[in-house]
Design a protein around this ligand. Structure first.
Ligand code: CU
Length: 145
């Protein structure tokens, strides 16, 4: 029993002292994420920094990054947010967050935001920019192992 508790305590320390996995993704004026795919481990704490490195005004070329729940297609999600009334100042209207694990605000040129979340169960998760129409180009996959 003591051996078990000791093992448990060591395991807990190992988990809590494990630094968050940091990931940086950029978006630009040609509607491109610099990463189309990244991998994380299930249960890992993730700090994802998203930067808009473009120069065009937010109203014309704002970007966000939203990680979608398992099984949600970025193409279908992009169409859904437009049908819910997404626009250049509100890219995630009411009703869209139910499909989202974590998302940044819509960012203008030079802006960045870091979102934190725990990597869900293993599988592929799509991510997308939900600025109206950008889902056609700005899509990628988070692979959870
Ligand atoms: Cu975008």
């Amino acid at each position: 029993m003591i051996k078990f508790l000791t093992t448990l305590a060591i395991a807990t320390i190992a988990v809590t002292s494990h630094a968050a996995q940091k990931i940086t993704i950029t978006g630009n004026d040609t509607m491109q994420f610099d990463k189309k795919e990244f991998s994380v481990k299930s249960g890992e704490k993730i700090e994802l920094e998203f930067k808009n490195i473009g120069k065009l005004p937010k109203i014309a070329m704002g970007h966000n990054l939203g990680i979608l729940k398992k099984g949600i297609s970025s193409l279908k999600f992009g169409q859904k947010v437009m049908s819910l009334g997404a626009n250049a100042t509100n890219a995630l209207p009411d009703g869209s967050m139910e499909d989202v694990i974590a998302a940044t605000e819509l960012l203008g040129p030079g802006e960045s935001e870091t979102i934190s979340f725990t990597a869900p169960e293993a599988g592929d998760y799509q991510f997308v920019c939900s600025f109206p129409g950008h889902f056609a180009m700005m899509r990628g996959i988070m692979v959870v192992k």
